[in-house]
Design a protein around this ligand. Structure first.
Ligand code: DX5
Ligand code: ZN
Length: 230
């Protein structure tokens, strides 16, 4: 059973000087979720935005906020991001790389009322260790670049991880993030991903709505679906 695709533009590639207009433009262009990249300068060598800015986005957004935490202490900030309006809150397995460690983060997220919990793996982190926690998460994010920056090249060697999750019978969302474009998005969808994040491919397009339609159509075709006008 497959779930409907979700196209999630990464606001990391938007014009942060006009973030409200960019959110509106993205929503009007036909996006499904808004992907928000939070970096702390420790887990990744970059800093982006924190709870106050995510909350400002949440106040005006109509679409669900898909918040990707690239931070070393996700449990400590879970409450702040729930308060900011996160619908999906994803932490990196690398910050608590054991079954018990990951279960603790997941438990903290649930205690804070995170609506949907995600766990992410970097390109060099195997996915098999997630097996014992798969039933406890709503989404697995398979990174297709090393996190920290937009505009990097897609690493197709991670695709077997997405396939493996589906082979295990994992029925939650599988998200892929990093280097997704018109060529690589169908590969992700064919492998079993159903949440497709794209930053530069969407914000760098001359016509954002057209680009989102192209990405969706390519992914649906790869899943053997007919694209519907929307
Ligand atoms: C990278 C971020 C991604 C990034 C993707 O650390 O997690 O969400 O914005 O950007 P593109 O689509 O340009 O690779
Ligand atoms: Zn991301």
């Amino acid at each position: 059973m497959t779930q409907p695709l979700r196209i999630a533009p990464s606001l990391l590639a938007c014009d942060f000087a006009r973030i409200g207009e960019e959110v509106r433009r993205t929503e009007e262009a036909g996006a499904d979720w808004l992907h928000v990249d939070v970096m702390d300068g420790h887990f990744v060598p970059n800093l982006t935005i924190g709870p106050p800015v995510v909350k400002a986005i949440g106040r005006i957004a109509r679409l669900p906020l898909d918040v990707h935490l690239m931070i070393t202490d996700p449990a400590g900030y879970a409450g702040a991001f729930v308060d900011a309006g996160a619908e999906v809150l994803t932490f990196h397995y690398e910050v608590a790389p054991s079954t018990d460690g990951a279960r603790e983060v997941i438990a903290a997220f649930r205690e804070h009322g995170v609506p949907r919990v995600g766990v992410a793996v970097n390109p060099d982190t195997p996915v098999e260790p997630l097996a014992p926690i798969l039933e406890a998460v709503d989404l697995v994010l398979v990174m297709s670049v090393f996190p920290g920056f937009g505009g990097q090249a897609f690493m197709e060697e991670v695709l077997p991880k997405t396939r493996w999750l589906r082979e295990q019978g994992y029925r939650g969302r599988v998200e892929m993030d990093g280097g997704l474009n018109r060529v690589t998005t169908p590969q992700c969808a064919a492998a079993g991903a159903d949440v497709l994040v794209a930053g530069s491919a969407i914000f760098g397009a001359p016509d954002m709505a057209e680009r989102i339609r192209e990405l969706r159509a390519g992914a649906e075709a790869a899943r053997g679906e007919k694209s519907e006008a929307r």
